[in-house]
Design a protein around this ligand. Structure first.
Ligand SMILES: Nc1nc2c(ncn2[C@@H]2O[C@H](COP(=O)(O)OP(=O)(O)OP(=O)(O)O)[C@@H](O)[C@H]2O)c(=O)[nH]1
Ligand SMILES: [Mg+2]
Length: 290
């Protein structure tokens, strides 16, 4: 084993819904970023540090999961887009989950073709060849983030492109995000799973209270919507929907935090929260994307 360590940032960029956050969670072996079948689930940059030995070489890959690159108007969309481009601009390596974005051209690039569990092997080869032809000299790694196939191979390809140098973070560090932020993501993920097509995009989640006592965590969180009618849907008939959301979120939180969790969920209307810069900032989406 060599003493050399490669360390640097790898931005995970790509179109919405290609599995960027699933890959981050897979690599880290824990649930950090929200995942859903609906596009535009991720709203912010999320750092996930993986300090690992790959084929005898030590590496520290600081992944930055980003919102899927998409068009669209309004301050929240703009914030999401800027978060993705800024992460790519700051990175040592860009991992493009599927397609090429403008922001990635100036950096060493690795392409991950995800969801290979969905295609038959003979169909994969021509797709890989096409990508290799399109981006000569760029490693194209077919993976299944959901099942873990080839993920180590992908990490090796990324690590080789990182600069030699000291670790950027302590080796036990996984993220710079607070447990409160992760809890918000886990609750928001349930909104994407359980609410209809449009509604999750009108929701934000904020943890308001957090107390730890005798090894248990008690969390109070609000789901913020834009209109009274949306509040009615989130609460549901006789409070049925919010109860279901609470049950599923509590199970996921208990698993993610490794401690029993008590969760109280409330719904609050904050008119046009996604259109006002000040309100966005207050909810954590604002100023400089972090
Ligand atoms: N079959 C299959 N599904 C996958 C795989 N990876 C992710 N998915 C599914 O694809 C959907 C989108 O996954 P996400 O990880 O949220 O995708 P994303 O790129 O982070 O999406 P945005 O944050 O919206 O840009 C979810 O339903 C995942 O379960 C995979 O390897 N195989
Ligand atoms: Mg995502």
């Amino acid at each position: 084993m060599s003493d050399d360590l490669r360390a640097g940032f790898c931005a995970i960029v790509g179109l919405p819904n290609v599995g960027k956050s699933t890959l981050l969670n897979r690599v880290l072996g824990r649930r950090l970023a929200a995942v859903s079948a609906k596009p535009q689930t991720t709203r912010d940059r999320i750092l996930g540090v993986h300090t690992v030995e790959l084929a005898g070489e030590r590496a520290q890959i600081a992944y930055v999961d980003t919102p899927g690159v998409q068009h669209g108007k309004g301050p929240l969309r703009r914030y999401m887009r800027e978060a993705a481009f800024a992460a790519a601009a700051d990175a040592d390596v860009v991992l493009d989950a599927r397609g090429l974005g403008d922001a990635s051209r100036a950096k060493p690039l690795v392409i991950a073709l995800n969801k290979i569990d969905r295609v038959a092997k003979p169909e994969l080869l021509p797709v890989m060849e096409a990508w290799s032809g399109f981006t000569p000299g760029v490693e194209v790694v077919p993976i299944s983030a959901a099942q873990g196939d080839n993920v180590e191979l992908l990490e090796r390809a990324i690590a080789q492109l990182l600069p030699l140098g000291p670790m950027l973070f302590p080796d036990e560090m996984v993220t710079d995000r607070s447990p409160q932020f992760i809890a918000q993501e886990i609750i928001r993920e349930q909104l994407y799973h359980q609410l209809g097509k449009e509604l999750p995009y009108a929701c934000a989640v904020q943890v308001e209270t957090w107390t730890e006592k005798s090894g248990e965590i008690t969390i109070g969180a609000v789901i913020i919507v834009e209109r009274d009618s949306q509040k009615g849907i989130v609460v549901g008939k006789a409070g049925h929907r919010i109860r279901e959301l609470g049950i599923a979120a509590r199970v996921a939180l208990t698993e993610a935090l490794g401690k029993p969790v008590h969760l109280s969920l409330f719904v609050k209307v904050l008119a046009e929260w996604s259109r006002g810069e000040t309100q966005l900032r207050r909810l954590g989406y604002g100023g400089e994307a972090q």
